[in-house]
Design a protein around this ligand. Sequence first.
Ligand code: ATP
Ligand code: MG
Length: 576
Amino acid sequence: MEEKEKLNFVEEIVSEWVAAGGEGLQTRFPPEPNGYLHIGHAKSICLNFGLAQRWGGKCNLRFDDTNPVKEDTEYVDSIKQDIKWLGFDWALERYASDYFEQLYDWACELIRKGRAYVDDQSQEQIRATRGTITEPGTDSPFRSRSVDENLDLFARMRAGEFADGERVLRARIDMASPNMLFRDPILYRILHTSHHRTGDKWCIYPMYDFAHGQSDSIERVTHSICTLEFAVHRPLYDWFIEELGIFPSHQYEFARLNLTYTIMSKRKLLGLVEGGHVAGWDDPRMPTISGMRRRGYTPASIRAFAERVGVAKRDNVIDLGLLEFSVREDLNRVAPRRMAVLNPLKVVITNFNEATGLDATLSPSALTAPPNGEQSSPLFHVEQIRAINNPEDESAGTRAVPLTREIFIEREDFMEDPPKKFYRLQPGGEVRLRYAYLIKCNEVIKDEAGEIVELRCTYDPLSGGGGSSDGRRVKGVIHWVSAPNAIQGEARLYSTLFNKENPDDCAENETYLTHLNPESLIIKPLLMEPSLAEAAVGDAFQFERLGYFCKDPDSTPDKPIFNRTVTLKDSWAKQQ
Ligand code: ATP
Ligand code: MG
């Protein structure tokens, strides 16, 4: 895709700023450690770290840890791991809680300036007297407390003299402002809850609006980039910075990423985990970075996706197909090809030489017992077929795949009574075994119930390397595995976690959980070529014709498990 690079609107803002002599470009990624990162965060990470990389700036990682009730170090650790895995490194690791003392001092400064007061009303009363969009709010009876009384009460709030909810600190701005956030917003609330970093040192915690802008300012963030819902907070962000006369950080907003068939709210993702609807935050069906990693997504594919969706000023919904397109494109480049069979049908190649002895090049561990449990002789003829590891990458070389008299093919690759244009195997028909010979089906064996249990075929010994004994051409090529050498494992086949394009589109009595797809995970036995014995957890492969797969950490030596990352079918490219 050779197209002229176009800057997104945030990049344009930064590039103009640099051109106008701006120096010390500083961005930050500010997650709240109350859940695992998801693909929406990945977009924000790529944007913030990408700006710094490109224009010679720095990007900090700042944990926005002002709500101890929901936060945890488990989340901090996972967030750091995920950002690194995506390929980014932060300049400084900071926490809003590092700034609690400074924020407290600034609150006192506002009190001294007559710009903040302690309110004894409950949060419900405060909400009820805030007014509406058309009507102004009413002043709190505590609004005109003296500076000394406010300073004293605020110090006692900090000292733990009051219970949760008994008092708050509010800014004194304008109870009639058209921006509801200016109607004396709450700056501090009392929470007698241990914090994952500050422990019990504090029992008052700053609100988001009183922490975020000032934290940016402390870190000399020049471009504070966040999602659109914070646009209404921007005037307040600026107000605190101006009142306190501190470094003038500026906020810019972009549209959050939404994906079809996907929910992105951490609260709802937590609901899936706690409700047991998924196996954990890293369940391969989750839109979390850890889930996608386990599913087989690569960092490069996620970065390419973020680049492709761009940065919009208006909310929109991106087709999940675009994400799948991005991972296919990357895995097509890098994933080694292997053969595996999901729905086995036994094929006996009757003229394939039998019992000529073990092949010395095969390791004994590869010579497993036949999967069907039959005690056939360990002495069987093995021919090592050369298979190409990656047609997109010559340097990936070739490997040996054992061909034996008994093999498995995919059940769907045979039809007893096929329609025209069925180029796979059929009675009397011929097909090529991938990388190997032409085989011809001579006999179909059925059980008592009439189900096909075995095909008897012959092969053309002169048809190796793509030819045939008499120059005839055959259209169909199918994948296969040697029956006595196959490794038995498990395939986990995924589809969308929700069966509704917008899972949040709920009728009465419905929640997003109503739209869970009962078939989002299908487990099947999998027969694999023996080279896969060496695969490590996390390794990605293309199983020819089945899709891209990635070895799952649940694997044991006896049972390797592979997650299907994505099928080979590309519905998105076809739509274009
Ligand atoms: P949630 O509402 O799901 O809890 P959040 O926005 O509160 O998500 P934060 O941890 O506060 O999560 O987000 C950290 C940063 O990531 C913020 O700057 C936020 O704007 C950005 N972000 C979160 N979700 C998305 C998204 N879907 N698309 C783009 N950026 C996002
Ligand atoms: Mg948030």
